[in-house]
Design a protein around this ligand. Structure first.
Ligand code: AMP
Length: 194
């Protein structure tokens, strides 16, 4: 089932890369919050995109159509905004959803991957039985910045034996070169690039 508002978009408008017009329109639905969560960071606030049914529906449909081509078994979302996006895409494609969470949130046995932040370390976790060898998965999050989070999520999934065939974001901060941290042979896509 597709979003009834976004269903008005023609099939050709749902393919990547987006037209300049569509990309500019989506950008206009995202709010910049300067100096959040710390000075010097411009936070891309997608709550304004999510609240706009046409923009949210369109973003979900473009991502769904792209992921559909990969014929994956599961959609994986990274906590927390990746859950909002990933679960709707999973529903759209009739697939199951797998959450990757911050530490100590998942109740069953987990795999964990630690990664470097600007200052200090963080980690992500997934249930050990979330996926296994032979499963193809799509990895989704709202935004690619330095790539540390997505790279950690990618290695978590490969630890389980799953094959990550596509990695997607609504927004990419291209000037941070986050793609460099992701495997060169992966299909990596975003709807909007800064
Ligand atoms: P990174 O690991 O640097 O690629 O950061 C990606 C994660 O941090 C994603 O889950 C984003 O939601 C969040 N994030 C990083 N930078 C920003 C930003 N400028 N605006 C919004 N979210 C961000």
């Amino acid at each position: 089932m597709t979003n009834p508002t976004a269903a008005k978009a023609q099939a050709s408008e749902l393919t990547l890369p987006l037209s300049q017009e569509k990309s500019d329109w989506l950008k206009s639905t995202i709010r910049d919050i300067p100096d959040f969560p710390k000075p010097g960071i411009i936070f891309k606030d997608i709550t304004t995109l999510l609240k706009d049914p046409e923009a949210f529906g369109f973003a979900v449909d473009v991502i769904s159509e792209h992921v559909r081509k990969h014929n994956v078994d599961y959609i994986v979302g990274i906590e927390a905004r990746g859950f909002i996006l990933g679960s709707v895409v999973a529903y759209n494609l009739g697939k199951g959803f797998i959450p990757i969470r911050k530490p100590n949130k998942l109740p069953y046995k987990v795999e964990r991957v630690e990664y470097d932040l600007e200052y200090g370390k963080d980690s992500v976790e997934v249930h050990i039985d979330a996926a296994s060898k032979g499963h193809k998965v799509a990895l989704l999050d709202d935004l690619l910045a330095t790539g540390g989070t997505a790279a950690a999520a990618y290695s978590l999934l490969t630890k389980l034996g799953a094959e990550v065939t596509t990695i997607g974001f609504i927004t990419e901060l291209g000037f941070l070169d986050g793609r460099k941290k992701l495997p060169a042979n992966s299909d990596i896509f975003s709807l909007i690039n800064y």
